[in-house]
Write a protein that binds this ligand. Structure first.
Ligand code: ADP
Ligand code: MG
Length: 280
C-alpha cells in the first residue's frame, strides 16, 4: 500500500449518485446503469462460520477457517486471493457440491448442511448455476443440447427444454451456435454456452470459478457482461477471479488468504485497493 494518506472510501449510500451503478464495470463495454443490490432482502446465499478441513492427520489442510458471507439478490461478489487460499473450496460448498466441516450454508432458505441429498440435488438443478474454468460442456452434445440438459434433468419435457435453451442462447447472442458441438466452437464461445447452461431456467445463484481463466480480456469482458446482466436482473453471483479487470464488474470484492477473509471492499473503493496491491 502507498504510504501517502488516502481519502476515506466513499460511503455506500444508495441515494448517492455515485452509487447508482452507473458506469459499473470497466471500459467501454461496461453495462449501463443498473439497480443497487437489495441488501435488506433475504440473502440468496448465506455462509455462516464456514470451515472445511481436507484430509486427516499430518495431511490435514484447513482450506476454510470460519467464513461469513451473505450474497443478496442483484449482487455480484468477486472472490480474489492467492492460489490455495480456499476460493474453489468456498465455491463448491456454496454450490452444494461439497459439504463444510462445520458451519452453515443456506441457499434460498434451505440449509445444505441439514438438507437431504435429494433436496440438495433438486436445489442444485433448480436454483444454482455453476460455471467451471474449463467449461465442462458435454462433447457429444450440441450447444443447444448442452443448455437444455439441466432442464431435462429437472423434469422439463425435451421440447420445452430445447425451446428454453434456444431462448437462453439467443439472450446471450449465441443462437448461431445452437447446433454446433463444443469442438466446433472457440474457447470464448464454449464458455458463453456454459454460462447459458448455468443460467437457463432462471437460476437465482450463479457461481463461477475463474470463468475467464483461458480467455483473452475482450472475450472475458463478454463473459462478465453476461454474469453482470443476470445479477442486475435479480440473481446473486460469486465470481472467482485473479484479474482486477474482471473483479471491477462486481459490487464487492472479498479477499481470501489461507482460508480466511482478510479484506472486503465495496466496488467504489475496490479499484484503489486493487491498485494498492491487496490482491496477489
Ligand atoms: N480434495 C482436496 N483434498 C485435499 N486438499 C485439498 C482438496 N481440495 C483443496 N485442497 C487444499 O485446500 C486448499 C485450498 O484449495 P482451493 O480451494 O482449491 O484453493 P484456490 O481455489 O484458492 O486455489 C489448498 O491447500 C488445497 O491444496
Ligand atoms: Mg481454485
Amino acid at each position: 500500500m502507498s504510504s501517502q494518506p488516502t481519502p476515506p472510501a466513499e460511503p455506500h449510500d444508495p441515494s448517492h449518485p455515485a452509487s447508482t451503478g452507473a458506469g459499473r464495470g470497466p471500459g467501454a463495454t461496461a453495462p449501463t446503469a443498473s439497480a443497487e443490490p437489495d441488501r435488506t432482502a433475504e440473502p440468496v446465499l448465506s455462509l455462516e462460520e464456514l470451515t472445511r478441513v481436507h484430509g486427516t492427520g499430518a495431511a490435514e489442510v484447513h482450506a476454510l477457517r470460519g467464513i461469513n458471507l451473505d450474497v443478496h439478490p442483484g449482487e455480484l461478489v468477486a472472490v480474489m486471493g492467492p492460489s490455495g487460499s480456499g476460493k474453489s473450496t468456498l465455491l463448491t460448498i456454496a454450490g452444494g457440491l461439497d459439504l463444510p466441516t462445520s458451519g452453515r450454508v443456506v441457499v434460498e432458505g434451505t440449509d445444505l448442511t441439514t438438507a437431504s441429498r435429494k433436496d440438495i440435488a433438486a436445489l442444485r438443478r433448480r436454483s444454482i448455476g455453476y460455471v467451471f474454468q474449463d467449461y465442462n460442456l458435454i462433447p457429444a452434445l450440441t450447444a443447444a443440447e448442452n443448455v437444455a440438459l439441466p432442464r431435462e434433468l429437472d423434469g422439463v419435457g425435451s421440447r420445452r427444454a430445447r425451446r428454453e435453451a434456444l431462448v437462453a442462447l439467443e439472450e446471450f447472442g449465441l443462437e448461431q451456435l445452437a447446433d454446433r458441438f463444443p469442438d466446433e466452437m472457440s474457447g470464448g464461445q464454449q464458455q458463453r454456452v456454459a454460462i447459458a447452461r448455468a443460467l437457463v431456467g432462471d437460476r437465482r445463484l450463479v457461481l463461477a470459478d475463474e470463468p475467464t481463466g483461458a480467455l483473452d480480456s475482450e472475450t472475458g469482458d463478454a463473459v462478465l457482461a453476461l454474469l453482470r446482466s443476470r445479477c442486475d436482473a435479480g440473481a446473486a453471483g460469486i465470481l472467482v477471479t485473479h484479474e482486477p479487470r474482471f473483479a471491477a464488474w462486481a459490487d464487492r470484492v472479498v479477499f481470501l488468504r489461507d482460508g480466511s477473509v482478510v479484506d472486503m471492499t465495496l466496488r467504489s473503493s475496490a479499484e484503489s485497493l486493487l491498485a494498492g496491491g491487496a490482491a496477489q
